[in-house]
Design a protein around this ligand. Structure first.
Ligand code: SER
Length: 613
């Protein structure tokens, strides 16, 4: 089975169960400051899982692009990916456990759909703890479907609980399905979580709770179902591969890397790993760029930069001498262009090329810096004797050396293994014992640093869309008013380029070539404050994207919308396509709107930070 067929079958099956098919959201969350990227199928649906009405009804299904950055370091094995697609179906306060599980089972086993051998299936359910009790209902549903009891594992939260996608938001216990990828005559009688031949293929989450900012689980008003099936894994399992990179979603990329490097995937575990990292990272980078992110040193841009640079570094390890990321991206476009046309075009190439050149420059500078260490006769690090013979470097396995290595890594992106390689090139051998000691000191530093940056990024996860705070909702409406004001004052070339809202402030990016003058800022403030004072009703209507466009609603019309969208209108001020939530009346916005800062965000894009105080 090929990916296209699997996606289509999944969507068709749920359509036959009265689900509306919705398009994948972009990878950059719209209005959710709690995470950098969409990390699951349910993520863009959080407002609806929290009770917002969805214009297409209570049953939805889609294939969603996802980025998971949590396990970038695990990429290189057979199943972890930065970019992947998740097939999912949702019940927004409609059906619950019985239908969800029975449909999952039907889709997997019915000859009309995937027709998998029932003998190869097992599942797990939530065993219960202080937050929620044992999921006896799910257990019994599986039993009644004919699943042998030994193949229904009861597992704790660590395994059978999902969410929230950010720090706060909807979550709940789940039931997971596993597929035996070993020989059919060797299927064990019972399910064992430790056996890699049982591959997790699907997850049905029963979302009954909202985890709030205090870490408490509050019961949601409505019970929802959120399911997720990892496309790459299932495709591999269905085709009998234990390595996802053998599927058609990766193999052409691997072949391209073989061609560029003159090495073979199966040559050695190291080569395999390097090729996997390159294909994963450049694929993810292409999708991230396509959704509007450029490399930088913060947040999303930093993740992108790391992915590209790690891939390049692996390319160098494989002996690829010239710029190569564009060649890989071309293959990615071939694989995905039909389903996700946003990745087509030159933009992806240009950004990759530019970053590759920058990184090359950085490495050159780093090498020079390193040369200085090597050639310093009094240096603490190296005491190089004259002569041709292979010399033992006097590189002390102490904190100084680790600092030097860490500095090279931090400032120039110079990985430690590269430092050792350079030492070898300079004919300076390092014995293994010393090398291990230096590496472990370096890793200690790296860990400290990562912990620090993790703590810093958790800071930005506070608040967020999922907690639905009143202030956040007010600022959503303010964002609409402000966009309308900007368009009125600056012109119709202004469109929204991104936004990030929390309870305290609104950050808003928009297309405009010049710095705004004080008068323009004042005029926009007056426009928004006028709308607040006018106490105008905020009206929501549902219509097709075509109707919305004809009604003059602001929205990204290049962007894929579902068959129906919500349009929020503030008579006399604004009309915009949006998922919500919004206040009911502009008079509910408490305070005076103020632009705190207006600055450049990137070429042709300005950024405003604003508050209501
Ligand atoms: N949110 C769940 C997951 O990501 C199910 O969609 O596995």
């Amino acid at each position: 089975m090929i990916a296209k067929e699997l996606r289509q079958k999944y969507l068709d099956f749920f359509k036959s169960k009265e689900h509306a098919i919705i398009p994948s959201s972009p990878l950059v969350p719209e209005n959710d400051p709690t995470t950098l990227f969409i990390n699951s199928g349910m993520h863009p649906l959080v407002p609806y899982l929290m009770g917002e009405k969805h214009p297409l009804g209570k049953r939805l299904t889609d294939a969603q692009k996802c980025i998971r950055t949590g396990d970038i370091d695990e990429v290189g094995d057979t199943t972890h990916h930065t970019f992947f697609e998740m097939l999912g179906n949702w019940s927004l306060g409609d059906y619950f456990k019985k239908e969800a599980i029975s449909w999952s089972f039907e889709f997997l086993t019915s000859p009309e759909w995937l027709g998998l051998d029932k003998k190869r299936l097992a599942c797990s359910v939530f065993e219960g703890d202080v937050d929620a009790s044992f999921d006896e209902e799910a257990y019994n549903i599986w039993k009644n479907l004919g699943m042998p009891e030994k193949k229904i594992a009861k597992l704790p939260k660590k395994n059978n609980w999902w969410g929230p996608a950010g720090i706060t938001g909807p979550c709940g216990g789940d039931t997971e399905m596993f597929y035996w990828v070993g020989d059919l005559d060797k299927v064990p009688e019972s399910f064992n979580d430790d056996n890699d031949l049982w591959v997790e293929i699907w997850n049905d989450v029963f979302m009954e709770f909202n985890k709030n900012a205090e870490g408490k689980y509050e019961k949601l008003e409505k019970q929802n179902v959120d399911t997720g099936m990892g496309l790459e894994r299932v495709l591999a399992a269905l085709n009998g591969f234990s390595d996802n990179y053998r599927t058609e979603l990766f193999w052409p990329i691997i072949q391209k890397i073989e061609e560029l490097s003159g090495k073979k995937y199966d040559e050695s575990p190291e080569i395999k790993k390097a090729m996997r990292i390159i294909s994963d990272h450049i694929k993810a980078s292409a999708f991230i760029i396509a959704d509007g992110v450029s490399p930088s040193n913060t947040e999303r841009g930093y993740i992108l930069r790391r992915l590209i640079r790690r891939a390049i570094r692996q390319g160098h390890l494989l002996g690829i001498k010239n710029n190569f990321t564009i060649e890989i991206a071309k293959v990615v476009q071939k694989i995905y262009g039909e389903i996700y046309p946003e990745i087509l075009g030159e933009k992806v190439f240009n950004i990759l090329e530019e970053e590759e050149n920058k990184f090359r420059k950085t490495l050159e500078n780093g090498l020079k810096e390193f040369e200085k260490y090597l050639s310093n006769p009094e240096g603490n690090y190296i005491n190089r004797k004259v002569g041709d013979e292979l010399q033992q470097a006097n590189l002390y396995p102490n904190d100084d050396t680790a600092n030097m290595m860490f500095n090279l890594y931090q400032t120039y992106g110079f990985p430690i293994e590269m430092v050792f390689e350079e030492l070898e090139k300079a004919n300076i051998g390092i014995d293994n014992d010393k090398r291990t000691k230096i590496e472990s000191k370096f890793n200690e530093k790296l860990k400290q640093h990562q912990e620090l940056s993790r703590t810093a990024s958790v800071g930005m996860f506070k608040g967020g869309l999922a907690d639905n705070k009143e202030e956040t909702t007010q600022l959503h409406t303010v964002a609409h008013l402000m966009l309308a004001g900007l368009r009125k004052i600056l012109g119709n070339h202004v469109h929204q380029k991104g936004s990030n809202i929390n309870g305290e402030r609104l950050r808003f990016d928009f297309s405009h070539p010049d710095k705004m003058t004080e008068e323009q800022k004042k005029a926009v403030e007056d426009f928004v404050n006028g709308a607040i004072e006018s106490k105008t009703e905020v009206v929501m209507e549902e219509m097709t994207p075509e109707e919305a466009k004809n009604a003059g609603a602001e929205g990204e019309f290049g962007h894929k919308y579902g068959d129906k969208v919500k349009v929020y209108s503030i008579e006399g001020y604004s009309k915009e396509i949006c998922g919500g939530p919004h206040v009911e009346n502009t008079g509910d916005i408490k305070g005076v709107f103020k632009i705190k800062k207006e600055e450049s965000s990137s070429a042709g894009v300005r950024r405003i930070k604003a508050v209501v105080e």
